[in-house]
Design a protein around this ligand. Structure first.
Ligand code: ADP
Length: 418
């Protein structure tokens, strides 16, 4: 394993995994602190949900992940957090970075959440979201991690006893040798963690090159753009175009949709124009009807011939009506539980290629199927790759959060792996 990474939330982990595959690293994402033996991969992303939990808990989970990654002999460690530096006054970016540094016995690392492709840039230590400072962006009103200070040196200094410093953009623009020299100078004057300016992908590549010998790098998925080249230059990485290859998986195909976003409603409508679908109605679930059983009986007849769609997706009026009757949470839970049961039964019927629409819905399905890890494959649409589950039986899963994908996403996704 070349790069061992720890991500502080699930979707952020997927984002990073995608970035590493784009950089030519064969990447596996593991859900939670891993217990299994290390998979064959260039990079492993351990996905935690540690962003807003108590700092001591976040530290404990991160250290457990680190221990596993070190046993798997990862050459370099990467701690991934959000590109808007989502954290509270107490952490968890500072406490986790501190603990990882101590465990690795290193006295210097960087903190760089920049992701210019997504409008996150850092200049003179200040984080911009699009054209405004972080503290003027929507993040100032975030319910869990309100970001009211755009000066990252100050923000991070409140979370750590180590001295926080800055590598300014003029140094970054001068290239990786200049950045490395600045790292040495900062380290000499006692700085433990350096915020690094970055406004372009070229900056991220230079920063990545300068970090080649750091035991630990911390940042958003943007800074991971520059890391694969370090391994490639040392002859440790294979051909980049093979990184996204997944083995062929024979079996039946289905789509499960629990997202009610505009994009997903469009995708469901497009599918139903020419293909079979079964609708799950939360009101029937609430009445105790065995909807999952009916869905499976319906699917069993069709699956030998063609892929099926089973969906709870509905327009805003229908969703509101169900929520008014059942409550938002109960409606959601009824649907998620039903879709999870359907997923298990579909796999029992030989389904091996499964597209799932909806973030929460995907979480429920993955949990119901007992999936603990995903090998990242080729991209279907931006931000949505095919993945293959570790363990038996291997399943091809495309997990799409609500608003992603073009109208023909479902059939196109299935065609790319048929
Ligand atoms: P997205 O990624 O679009 O946010 P999620 O799966 O995360 O999709 O969330 C959608 C939520 O809406 C889930 O909790 C799901 O169970 C719920 N849901 C799905 N269909 C309906 C419906 N017809 N009425 C009410 N709630 C629904």
């Amino acid at each position: 394993m070349l790069l061992g990474t720890i991500a502080d939330d699930y979707t952020g982990a997927t984002d990073l995994a995608n970035m590493l595959v784009r950089g030519g690293m064969r990447t596996v994402q593991l859900l939670g602190v891993p217990r299994e033996s290390a998979p064959d991969a260039d990079a492993v992303v351990v996905a935690l949900k540690s962003r807003t939990i108590a700092p001591h808990d976040a530290v404990a989970q991160s250290l457990a992940a680190l221990e596993w990654l070190r046993k798997a002999q990862a050459r370099q460690l990467f701690f991934k957090y959000c590109s808007t530096f989502d954290s509270t006054e107490r952490g968890n970016i500072g406490p986790v970075a501190d603990a990882l540094m101590s465990a690795l016995g290193t006295d210097f690392t960087i903190a760089c959440p920049a992701f210019p492709e997504n409008g996150r840039t850092i200049f003179r230590g200040h984080l911009f979201v699009g054209d405004v400072l972080l503290s003027e962006s929507g993040m100032k009103d975030h319910p869990l991690t309100p970001m009211t200070d755009a000066n990252l040196v100050r923000v991070l200094q409140r979370q750590t006893a180590r001295r926080v410093g800055l590598v300014r953009h003029d140094t970054v623009a001068a290239g990786d040798a200049a950045i490395r020299a600045r790292f040495d100078a900062l380290r000499e004057e006692g700085t433990g963690i350096a915020i690094v300016d970055a406004v372009s992908d070229a900056d991220l590549h230079a920063i990545g090159a300068a970090c080649a010998d750091l035991p630990l790098v911390t940042g958003g998925s943007g800074v991971a753009i520059g890391l694969p080249d370090n391994f490639r230059e040392r002859g440790l990485l294979g051909a980049p175009e093979r990184a996204a290859e997944l083995p062929a998986v024979a079996g039946r195909a289905a789509v499960l949709s629990g997202s009610c976003s505009a994009a997903t409603n469009g995708q469901v409508a497009e599918w139903l124009k020419s293909r079979p679908g079964f609708q799950i109605d939360p009101l029937r679930l609430a009445e105790g009807e065995p909807v999952a059983v009916h869905a499976i009986q319906w699917a069993e007849k069709r699956l030998p011939r063609e892929p099926v769609l089973i969906y709870a997706t509905a327009g805003p009026a229908q969703v509101k009506a169900a929520q008014a009757r059942l409550g938002v949470e109960r409606a959601g839970l009824l649907v998620e539980t039903c879709i999870a049961e359907v997923a298990r039964e579909l796999v029992a019927l030989g389904v091996r290629r499964l597209v799932v629409a909806g973030g929460e819905t995907s979480g429920a399905v993955v949990q119901a199927l007992g999936v603990t890890g995903l090998r990242i494959g080729p991209q279907i649409d931006p931000g949505v790759p095919w993945t293959m589950s570790l363990g038996e039986p291997p399943l091809l899963l495309a997990l799409k959060s609500g608003n992603f994908g073009a109208p023909d996403f479902f059939p196109r996704a299935l065609e790319t792996v048929s």
